[in-house]
Design a protein around this ligand. Structure first.
Ligand SMILES: Cc1cc2nc3c(=O)[nH]c(=O)nc-3n(C[C@H](O)[C@H](O)[C@H](O)COP(=O)(O)O)c2cc1C
Length: 261
């Protein structure tokens, strides 16, 4: 397998080779019909057991968009993008469908969280690829988790619906682009054959830092997000509150676990 960071994609796959998150948008709408195409591309994504465990809230209200941007680490590109969605996992509608036919709801919190996040992410990424193929820029907004409890309230989300991240789609500001695409960690550290490696050697870990440290040491970012005291740790109590608030906090399992095959 080729392990180079930058692969020359053939024209059919060019959209993947050009991907980079865009944070500078012109204040212009998408071309007529394009939003529908992007949404329909999203809706063609597979969904586990046809459960459709996702909901997208399109934010068109300017004041609400501004408030959400403030709650998401005050990121200006949320205000500037032509379109901004809050991407949610959603088992509320599925529960209504089950109960509508007289069924008793059988989805627990863990499976709701995992499968809902999976379904929603497949839709979102289809939308990203479609938007980028049409020439637009996109940016996910994980900072939704900084205030996910308040965002769920602001959008009147019922129990069983939980925001995962935001998604900006907009017209790229050419004054800031074309930017370079960012590197990826070596393939050998994330694609394995038949089994997971026993451990990562110091040389392999150094190779990841070497590949990723283009403009600055990647550790600055890794440490700020993932080390103790970083952004991810600070999100934890907010997320715990939001999971409780949205009825998705995993409860202890009463029965001994029997694996299902
Ligand atoms: C789930 C998720 C959350 C993200 N959150 C943010 C964010 O809040 N703000 C931002 O500017 N970029 C955000 N990003 C974009 C990442 O920073 C970006 O994808 C990463 O640095 C790789 O760069 P690239 O997409 O340009 O290749 C997010 C990406 C993902 C997948």
């Amino acid at each position: 397998m080729n392990d180079s960071t930058f692969v020359a994609f053939p024209s059919e796959l060019a959209v993947f080779g050009k991907h980079r998150s865009v944070r500078y948008f012109l204040r212009e709408p998408l071309a007529p019909g394009h939003l529908d195409l992007i949404i329909e591309a999203g809706r063609r994504a597979p969904t586990d057991a046809q459960g459709h465990m996702y909901a997208f809230v399109r934010i068109t209200d300017v004041a609400l968009r501004d408030r959400l941007a403030t709650l998401c680490a005050d990121q200006q590109h949320i205000r500037d993008a032509a379109e901004f969605f809050i991407v949610c996992l959603d088992v509320h509608r599925l529960r209504r469908l089950v109960e509508h036919r007289g069924g008793e709801w059988g989805m627990r919190e863990r499976i709701s969280l995992l499968y809902g996040a999976t379904d929603a992410t497949m839709v979102a990424q289809n939308m990203v690829v479609a938007a980028e193929a049409l020439g637009y820029g996109t940016c996910y907004i994980g900072a939704v988790q900084n205030n996910v409890d308040r965002i769920a309230e602001a959008l009147a989300l019922p129990p069983g619906v939980l925001p995962l991240y935001g998604l900006c789609i907009g017209v790229i500001d050419p004054a800031h682009y074309p930017p370079t695409v960012k590197p990826r960690i070596p393939r050998a550290l994330c694609f394995f054959e038949n089994r997971y490696p026993a451990d990562f050697t110091p040389e392999q870990l150094d190779s990841a830092y070497a590949a990723m440290s283009v403009k600055r040491d990647w550790w600055e970012s890794i440490g700020a997000y993932f080390a103790a005291g970083g952004a991810m740790e600070r999100r934890e109590p907010v997320m715990a509150r939001a999971w409780r608030q949205q009825g998705l906090d995993p409860q202890p399992v009463e029965q001994p676990c029997t694996s299902t095959h």
